[in-house]
Ligand binder design. Sequence first.
Ligand code: PLP
Length: 416
Amino acid sequence: MTLENIKLDIDYVRSQFPAFNDPLTKDWSFFENAGGSYVPKKVIDKLTEFMISTKVQPYAEYSMSKKAGENMDKATKLFAQMINAKENEILIGGSTSINLYVLSNALKKFISKGDEIIVTNQDHEANISPWRRLKENGAKIVEWKFNDQDQELQISDLEKLINNKTKILAVTHCSNIVGSINNLKEISKLAHKNNIIVIGDGVSYAPHGFPDVKYLDVDFYTFSLYKTYGPHLALLYGKEEILKTLPNQNHEFLEGNYPYTINPGGPNHEELVSLIGIYEYFDNLFNHHFKIENITIREKISRINNLISDHEEYLANPLLDFLDKDENFFLIGKSKIVDKNRAPTISFIHKKRSSKDLSNYLVKNNIATRNDNFYAWRCLKSLNIDPEDGVVRISLTHYNSKNEVDKLISLLNNFS
Ligand SMILES: Cc1ncc(COP(=O)(O)O)c(C=O)c1O
């Protein structure tokens, strides 16, 4: 519970998202948020404004161009402040998968024959394949496997995998199947003692609270902005001291202009500017719930994070409890959220029926979900779950309501 005992005003939250009043969406309970979230009106407004008045090449002296450039810089600056990074530590790319391929290409320079890279079997493939490909550059790939009993990654197992050849560790902050929050701070501490570069995948974490990257002390961190209430873009954070040393992957004459030189091209301008709308949405949320002045952007985000996680815990715990206790279901991951140790990304299978049957039944009842492996096929294979039929995943976020979850539990209870 937050210090002030303030609860998230769910009616206010939902009033900010036009999707809840749209004829196509309004009758659905949307539980596929880990696949991509709805966007608040502020984001749509920023996108529209850019397209109407500043859809020109930015950074020239005429007013529309000047404004376009200013807003692009403003969006980057705001996001840097929101995650406690410096402005020149932020890169905006097309997706997390693209960001990680671009990054792995840049980090090749640190890899010599026989060096080791640790990947997990809990991650989405986006944070596995690019690193596994570095075996073409002579790297040996080592897999950090989750524990079969509770599906958790144990730091004690990681310790056994590290040696003086280990150069890179790619690990998810939160698995998009298991839902547990991995202790990136502890993981980074251990890795840095051994001079290992840590790449954190924050895609399943960030929609439930923007992270403080300096607190985590990761070297790189990426998340998909289309899952944090924005357009189809993804953010990549990198520590300045490492970014500075990476090769220019952009035009030759741009040499020295890091971080822009890491990406082979620039970001989508209009979508970048619409990110200001995410900040404004969070700022409004803050002002609606708190009457505090003279507070930094990062402090505002921390308070909102707490509000959101209290609400998500309130929504998710009854569903987790139901899935854990009903013997027809196998729930993956922790059966209770305590102290933000799990995201409300809840995957399960029915013990007698296919995930496809269960998902179809839910969809017929206006529950927006699906059965899939969600590109975490190694995780499913390790769980002995057919990656084709996959799991059913209910991924909640702060705009979901108690009524929606109650309806879902009652539908699951009646499925046979
Ligand atoms: C945990 C996780 N990592 C990475 C990705 C890849 O993100 P993107 O679709 O932006 O490439 C996803 C997408 O679902 C994900 O859930």
